[in-house]
Design a protein around this ligand. Sequence first.
Ligand SMILES: *Cc1c(COP(=O)(O)O)cnc(C)c1O
Length: 403
Amino acid sequence: MSSPDLSGAERREVEATLRAAGIPDPDLQAVLAILDGPSLSMGPKVPAFERLFCEYTGSRHAIAVNSGTAGLHLCVRAAGVGPGDFVLTTPFSFVASTNVILFEQAVPIFVDVDPQTGNLDPALAAEAARDLAAGGEKARRWLPRQGAGEPRPIKAVLPVDVFGQPADLDAMRQIADEYGVRLIEDACEALGSEYKGCKAGTLGDYGVFAFYPNKQITTGEGGLIVTSDDEAAAFMRALRNQGRAPGDTWLQHTHLGYNYRMDEMSAALGIAQMARAEELLAKRERVAAWYDERLAEIPQVERYRIRPETTRMSWFVYVVKFDPSVDRDALAQKLEARGIPVRPYFAPIHLQPYMVERFGYRPGDFPVTEDLGRRGLALPFSGVMSEAMVEQVCRALVEALSG
Ligand SMILES: *Cc1c(COP(=O)(O)O)cnc(C)c1O
């Protein structure tokens, strides 16, 4: 996989693109050096990036892939989830955490979330797991209206660290252990967060990070799995590389695999970004603190609660909930008109058209998720925002709220 020579114009175009994305000079040079070098893929940068993550998380293995979704999918395969299996998960998330279950023709078992954090409600999750294992009529309330088959025990648990805040991972661990199944932590929004002093991503059997440009660190497109399970790590490495097991040649494929490999440019950017991870997280934390301070004075705005178990919060997005009396969509339009980009967050997964079609979900099925989805708005948020910019957003918000 040798690198083509870049013309001066191509090189300038890459530089211009990266600069426009807010990528600083050292990161840019790291990417350009790959473009000048011998390998664009399957070179030394991906393993170096993986080693950094082993150090950062203390996990035995790190497996870099080309998206967070790809990482989650490999975890679902490693957990042995297959057609018709049940996976306990949340409807209040980005769709990828559910889609990876559907990729294997398995069935997501949704339970509603804690209104204060947006994370899976641990009591409901435990109840659902218990009822499903017991079978019978009680179990049916957890099943979608169609496409689920008969009640049976869950095959995996897949909580999401919503907006960067770790889910109640002790409770999730307990459920997974009770049924002898894998815990997959979707930490795609939570790089750097800590739960009771442990890094997010390390509390499940497998944890997944994502590096799309809006995440805490970016590789362009990219993701990474951490695990301390040797066997699962070897399996996921093989699946990432078209199913080639150790010892397989280029055209030998022990498993049904994928091309989920991360390329060398992405890994080089990731390495440069990880060198500045603390700085990047601190900048985001500072912006969140400015928002916290100003928004506390606006009565129609409610903030998500950071639980004491979250011993470090790493902010992915800054989402607020408005008082039910506020017309959220009209407010969003007013803010957009003032040049403030905002986004409803999250749109409940169970009400996406393909989910309704396949499983027969209806409005009202997960009332807390739907309420949070209806009242929530992600405010402009990134580490490069100044205090004046936060002030400007909050002033526009106050004006929009008052008429
Ligand atoms: C970003 C994200 C992912 C992964 O997204 P990719 O775009 O595939 O990298 C998965 N789950 C959640 C909750 C996310 O926010």
